[in-house]
Design a binder for this molecule. Sequence first.
Ligand code: SF4
Ligand code: F3S
Length: 328
Amino acid sequence: MASQVNTINKIAASSSRLNRREILKLSGLLAAILALPVEYGTHLAKALVSAGRVPVVWLEFQGCTGDSESFLRASPYPDPLQPGVTDLGIVDLLLDAISVEYHETLMAPSGANSEKSLSDAIANYYGQYVLVVEGSIPQGNNGVYCVIGGRTAVSRLQEVAPSALATIAVGACAVDGGLSAAAPNLTGAVGVKDVLPGLTNYLALPGCPANVVNLVASIVYLKTFGQLPDRDSAGKPYFAYSHEIHENCERKPFYEQEKFVRTWGDSGHRQGWCLKEMGCKGPDTHNNCPIVKWNAQTNWPVGAGHPCVGCAEPHFWDNMTPFYAGDD
Ligand code: SF4
Ligand code: F3S
């Protein structure tokens, strides 16, 4: 640990943007999120202060913009070295690690200028940009249900993905079609890999929405190690999706004591008992929500008293419904 701190001191001395304390905090935070051994903090620290940010091209197709909303709510995060202190966070990582070159919802250009922004981003960062895809891709009726700049979502994805360094599908819709692919799937909505099955540098961050913490951690990992985090056959990174919600749920002691909420607002609900009898899908859902939480680690669905609806599982709108049980 001492040699790691010395190394980080040297790294901080070479940085004009971040001081030693900030580098220690951010590298510690990232190592914890990525479930990396503590010594990897040095590598992450080097990447944080290294020149150049990762260019990101963000395409939004058939979705509700929830993942962009999650992205915009990247907020200060609790200090891993000082519990209770929240003054530095994912937003700092966002600003230091990535540069959003194209994002239809957020950028200033519109019309023809917007199309030029996209072609410029592809030309200027050919083979170097990370493509983030939000929303499903409708294939029905030759893709007419989602057309941007006169081109279908299918053709835009086919144009932008091949020259990306990596492609990240954020949210259930981009991963497997999500809500719009739920029966009867009138638009023929699918996910990124259904359109481009041969895509190799592909990462899937399912969820409704995906957590920005996992997106930023994945991009910083890519910047640090030159490759995407280890992932399963569906492209989901192990650091975020290898454990059941139920495994890390703070209500699990009540589950084991068979203390279940039976009615919304009953005394068990008020005391934080288990939500299984109200329809909780935590035992069948894999995500790191109980650990990284949401809104600067303020809370998460089950912590707030709502059952997990299984939003990180494949085709959850069909496979996890009905979401509620009990006296709903
Ligand atoms: Fe498991 Fe859900 Fe009960 Fe938590 S509330 S212990 S995730 S069943
Ligand atoms: Fe989704 Fe369940 Fe987390 S509903 S946000 S996986 S708690």
